[in-house]
Every structure is written in C-alpha cells, then in structure tokens.
Design a protein around this ligand. Sequence first.
Ligand code: 13P
Ligand code: SF4
Length: 302
Amino acid sequence: MNSDLRQTIEQLKQERNAIILAHNYQAPEIQELADLTGDSLELSRRAAATSARVIVFCGVHFMAETAAILNPEKTVLLPNPEAGCPMADMIGAADLREVRRRHPGVPIITYVNSSAAVKAESTICCTSANSIQVVASFPDAATVYMAPDQNLALYTARHTSKTILHWNGYCPIHHHLTAAMVVEQRQAHPEALFLAHPECLPEVIDLADVVRSTSGMIRFIQESDRQSFIIGTEQGILHPMRKLAPEKQFFPASAAMICPNMKKTRPRHVLTALQHLQPRITVPEDIRLRALNAVERMIAIG
Ligand code: 13P
Ligand code: SF4
C-alpha cells in the first residue's frame, strides 16, 4: 500500500476518533492497517469495550452488524457494503421463528455468522471459539438447536451428551474442503500437523490433529513445538501466522479456500469510509435490543 494513503488513513483515524478492526481473513494490507485483528469473538468483545466514537469494521456484514448491536451510540462502518456472508444468508428470521414453533422450550443457539434479525429470534449466540461452552451453559436442556451452520453443530455435538438439532447451512469455503484434499496434503507434508476450523465437514474434522477458531489456530502454531502445519481454513490467516512464526511452515489445505467476501475490502474503501463516515451499519432498535440479549448472554460466558 502506498505510504501516503496509509498516512492519510492514520490522520483521519485520529481526527474521527476511530478504531479499525479486521478479521483474520482480511487481505494482508487491511490487517496491517488495523488496530486489532482477531476472530469473531475477540472482535465482538473489542467492539463492546472500545471508547472510540467510530468503528471501522473490516470484515463482512454480520460482523459490523454485531458491533452495531453492541454500540448503538457509535458510528459503525463497513467499508465495502458488498461484503456479505453466504452462510449468514442461508437462514432468515421467519425460518428461526418456525424452528421455535416446532421445538418449544428448546434453547436456540445461533452462530454469530447470522443477521441481527436472526440473532433477535435466538436464545443465545455462539462463535466457533465458544460453541461448546455455550451449549454447556444450558445444564437442564437435553436438546438444543444450533443455526445456521450444520458443521459447527456436528462438531459441537462431539463434545456434549445433549442432542443437537440444527439448521442445514454451511460456509461454502470450509464445506468445499474434502477429506481427500486433506489426505493429499498430509501425504505431501507427513511431518505437518493438520489444523481444522469447526466449519469444516465431519470427515475433515476426523482427520484433524487440532480443531480451533481462527485466533485459536494462531495461538496454537505459536505455542506448538512443531515446525509445520496444514491449515484448514481461509487463507487470509496465513499472513498473521507467517508474521508471528516466520521460522515455521504453513501449507493451505486447499488452494481454493479463499472467501471472496473477506477480500472485498481494500484500503481505498477504508479511506472513503473514514472521509464520509459511510457506509454506516445500523440495526432497528426493536431488533437490536433482542439481538443484544443473545449476544450479551454469549459474551458473559467468556
Ligand atoms: P472465527 O474467526 O470466529 O473462527 O470465524 C470464522 C469465520 O468464518 C468468520 O467468517
Ligand atoms: Fe461467511 Fe465462510 Fe466467508 Fe466466513 S469464510 S464470511 S463463514 S463465507
């Protein structure tokens, strides 16, 4: 990125009292611009704690919406408004109302990868970092319902005796990774550990040495005494991994694990967002309050 652009962004950030948050899947130049990078849970927490007046959320729509749910008095910007999430679009509020009608009394646990309107119909939210703890927070429920990601639900079901019913959504990027692709990478790099994201297919999870959220993976590769890793998640994560552990080797599980939506935000979008304080993400107050309840209940679990 040219240094003038970077300087202008820095200056505007000060003038606006803004903070730039970026998900671990963002393009390297966006991660370098950010005040904080992280997984969905860390970014939600940071959004809740910041004293900045403006939050520039470099991620996808549901992430900026979560920040807006937590910060109604702040200006939350999504630099490129076309950055959406196909998995979040796989379920609507009416779908979840129907689930509630069909399963009265069953806690509904909704992945943060969902719209505010869907969160508003939920008992509690979860992320890939805390889904097991969130399910465990319902000691009296024999059955819970998870939406929208079937793979996260099936992964979580391995760690509880409860019955987990689920919606059949999926992340196209993680769902695409097959066991055969992983076996091929394992044969090419027999010394490497295989790290999978909970959004991967069950047969891929079966092959994993370690299953973690994105930031969980980043911590793992730093703490591990192993030297090489096959990475079963979106390739944006290779940037922080290579920066934090330059002596180690990282192999993408599949060259196709690139989320086009996560790459839609460019530095010029961050600049114009700060200049015009647009595109702003807001949530209607009645939906926000109900969604807030589900998000805060999750954050309280830790
Ligand atoms: P985490 O960063 O929470 O692991 O989520 C991955 C993801 O798919 C975000 O879109
Ligand atoms: Fe959605 Fe998957 Fe892209 Fe994350 S990686 S934003 S879950 S499509």
